[in-house]
Design a protein around this ligand. Structure first.
Ligand code: UFG
Length: 339
């Protein structure tokens, strides 16, 4: 029988791509999103891509009436929990809001799931739980350490699931530690489009490419890396979306959970990303070398063999596709080149 999956935060950047991947894999999918960080037109864009009506509830996870409506209207077999706040810098200014949304929201969801007899959840964790890693590529059993309130909430989220799993063996969790998701859907219909000045590298480069920002600030060129700029494991958002499908398949087939890095195992520097984006958009992009950003680490790179062994996940898309898909999405959205 077709399984029904609830995506909290399903209208957001990673959530919307995962929606498409799950529908294509044959799941029924229900979205719950408060649209605090999602485009209003995402449900209609998802309908265009999948050709199917989208079940979308608008509301706040912390409102018990909202969770009641969702769980009373659908028989949910498993949940993918994206809904969370995710800006590292902002979290240092508003730790309580981060703890409330990311941790209290998770607890509220888990309690409502238990009431509904639903014991399978995929959790959006992050490579941020490794802090400044001592071993690179980073294995999943590396020490965890938080360097921001945001990181603290992801670490605490993992620990909440550990405590719960240990207390009741009906639960099984897929904890996915994302590295750096980038790019946009092949359809050109969905992607990342943050309001204002982006925190993350690729959306910032994209805004330089469409002329909305004058130049990229490269945060530090004196790291102990080949070109002195930070190295990251960038992963195409469609690959990341597919990892959620595989994680759910595994959780619904077996009774045991997993904790997995989701990356490509390949790192690129800030300048390599900029050069690749220049090739994608066909023009030179201005940049200036700026001071290091506080809290940044030189290298984040995933060990990826466990994800391959446990759920059969291997990233397929390379750097060129990551940049080309981002450029296709943003340029079409801004209508600066013909669609
Ligand atoms: N960078 C710049 N200029 C910018 C933005 C970023 O040079 O304007 C550099 C950063 O210094 C870093 C690299 O580009 O070297 C990547 O930075 P991002 O902000 O895109 O990503 P981070 O690795 O800092 O953070 C991301 C997520 C976090 C997550 C973390 C670890 O945004 O949520 O990965 O997984 F916690």
């Amino acid at each position: 029988m077709t399984k029904t999956i609830l995506l909290t935060g399903g209208a957001g950047y990673i959530g919307s791509h995962t929606y498409v991947a799950l529908v294509e894999a044959g799941y029924d999918v229900v979205i719950l999103d408060d649209f605090s960080n999602a485009r209003e037109d995402v449900p209609e864009r998802l309908e265009m891509i999948t050709g199917k009506p989208v079940a979308c509830h608008r509301g706040d996870l912390l409102d018990p009436a909202v969770l009641d409506t969702v769980f009373n209207s659908h028989k949910i077999d498993a949940v993918v929990h994206f809904a969370a706040k995710k800006a590292v810098g902002e979290s240092t200014r508003m730790p309580l809001e981060y703890i409330e949304v990311n941790c209290t929201g998770l607890v509220a969801l888990l309690k409502r799931m238990r009431e509904a007899g639903c014991f399978r959840l995929v959790f959006s964790s992050s490579a941020t739980v490794y802090g400044e890693p001592k071993v690179v590529p980073i294995p999943e059993d590396a020490e965890r350490f938080h360097t921001s309130p945001y990181a603290y909430t992801k670490l605490m989220g993992e620990q909440i699931l550990e405590q719960l799993g240990a207390s009741d063996d009906r639960w099984a969790f897929g904890v996915l530690r994302y590295f750096n998701p980038v790019g946009a859907h092949t359809s050109g219909q969905i992607g990342e489009d943050p309001n204002g000045i982006p925190n993350n590298l690729m959306p910032y480069i994209a805004k330089v490419a469409v002329g909305e920002l004058p130049a990229l600030n490269v945060f530090g060129d004196d790291y102990d890396t080949p070109d002195g700029t930070g190295l990251r494991d960038y992963i195409h958002v469609e690959d990341l979306a597919r990892a959620h499908v595989l994680s759910l398949d595994a959780l619904l087939e077996r009774d045991e959970g997993h904790v997995l890095n989701i990356g490509t195992g390949q790192a690129y520097s800030v300048l390599e990303m900029l050069r690749a984006y220049e090739r994608a958009c066909g023009k030179p992009l201005p940049y200036v070398i700026a001071p290091r950003r506080s809290g940044d680490v030189p290298v984040l790179l995933a060990r990826v063999d466990r994800a391959a062994e446990v759920i059969g996940f291997r990233a397929e898309y390379g750097l060129e596709t990551m940049c080309a898909s981002s450029w296709a999405w943003i340029s079409r959205l801004r209508n600066s080149v013909p669609a």
